[in-house]
Ligand binder design. Structure first.
Ligand code: GLU
Length: 306
């Protein structure tokens, strides 16, 4: 099966150094596997989407020499696919419905966790509405996760190593359709990656915690689970993840090389000094360094024979 990877920015502001690291890592992994690299604009979250940000991100990627192999996909144009998937989950046969409406507010969930003396436990949804809405109206729709023993999801992350999460104790039944009527990120990302035939997901380690939910949803939908590689998150001096909220500076479109060299250093790639000469030299050296580290030997032997 041919490698297909993607970069999936949320257009909440211009591209910053943290998102460049994810873009570069996913691009390098695709190139090192002689695969296809796609871009998906995650403009699902209406209120957080900043007008013009998606176009600015695509423009910056192009100026950095990161060109997608197929036209970018926009989540805001894919609502019918999310609805169809939601309907299919709702119709799926089983001893108990997979989806159920939830009438809990955030405050009610926090209060019931306090009651359960779960103050220090992870904030897993306690399943209040599993047995019905208790006279309240539906706000969100949740996906039921298996009980305790069956709830452990394990996967091997190509950077972070063996991972496991118990969805029952760590997350609880999670939201697919939000109280504000928006499709949840977890649903959209799984539907989009499956329909795009993504074989490998390379992204920031802040999403490591979402991965078990996404694998569980893939199993519910009987779609393949891609391989995962989560790169270390870029933090600011205060140790916070770089983001628009923590004041990350936009990338300088006029000088891509210094930012790319810094991104490669963050990814622990050791490059020859010649890599600093041009974008072309940088990408050739960075792809070779990435392949050496992340592409198993068989394929580098095959490459040498070409
Ligand atoms: N849109 C997400 C973000 O910008 C990335 C989602 C993903 O790569 O799965 O954090």
């Amino acid at each position: 099966m041919r490698y297909r990877g993607r970069f999936a920015p949320s257009p909440t502001g211009p591209l910053h150094f943290g998102s460049l690291v994810s873009a570069l890592a996913s691009w390098l992994d695709a190139r090192a596997h002689h695969g296809v690299w796609l871009v998906r604009i995650e403009d699902l979250d209406g209120p957080r989407t900043v007008p013009g940000a998606a176009e600015a991100i695509l423009g910056t990627l192009a100026r950095f020499g990161l060109h997608p192999d197929e036209p970018p996909v926009w989540q805001s144009q894919r609502y019918t696919h999310y609805q169809q998937t939601f309907d299919a989950l709702q119709a799926s046969a089983g001893p108990r419905p997979l989806l159920y409406p939830c009438g809990c507010t955030r405050k009610e969930i926090a209060d019931s966790l306090l009651h359960a003396h779960a103050r220090h436990a992870t904030l897993a949804y306690p399943g209040t509405c599993r047995t019905g809405l208790h006279g309240r109206s539906a706000r969100a729709w949740r996906l039921r996760v298996p009980d305790e023993a069956a709830a452990v999801i394990r996967f091997d992350d190509r950077w972070q190593g063996a991972q496991s999460q118990n969805l029952a104790t760590g997350v609880g039944d999670f939201v697919l359709l939000r109280a504000d009527g928006q499709w949840a990120y977890q649903l959209a990302v799984v539907v989009d990656d499956a329909q795009a035939g993504i074989t490998d997901i390379v992204r920031g380690a802040d999403l490591l915690d979402s991965t078990a939910r996404q694998i569980y949803l893939q199993r519910c939908l009987q779609v393949p689970t891609p391989r995962y590689l989560h790169v270390p998150v870029v933090t600011n001096a205060a140790g916070e993840k770089l983001s628009k909220q923590t004041g990350a500076a936009p990338l300088d479109d006029t000088a891509p090389l210094p930012a790319l060299l810094a991104a490669a250093r963050h990814l622990e790639l050791v490059l020859p000094t010649a890599a600093a000469v041009s974008l072309e030299a940088f990408y050739a050296a960075a792809t070779a360094a990435w392949a050496q580290r992340f592409v198993p030997h068989e394929s580098s032997d095959i490459r040498a024979l070409r």
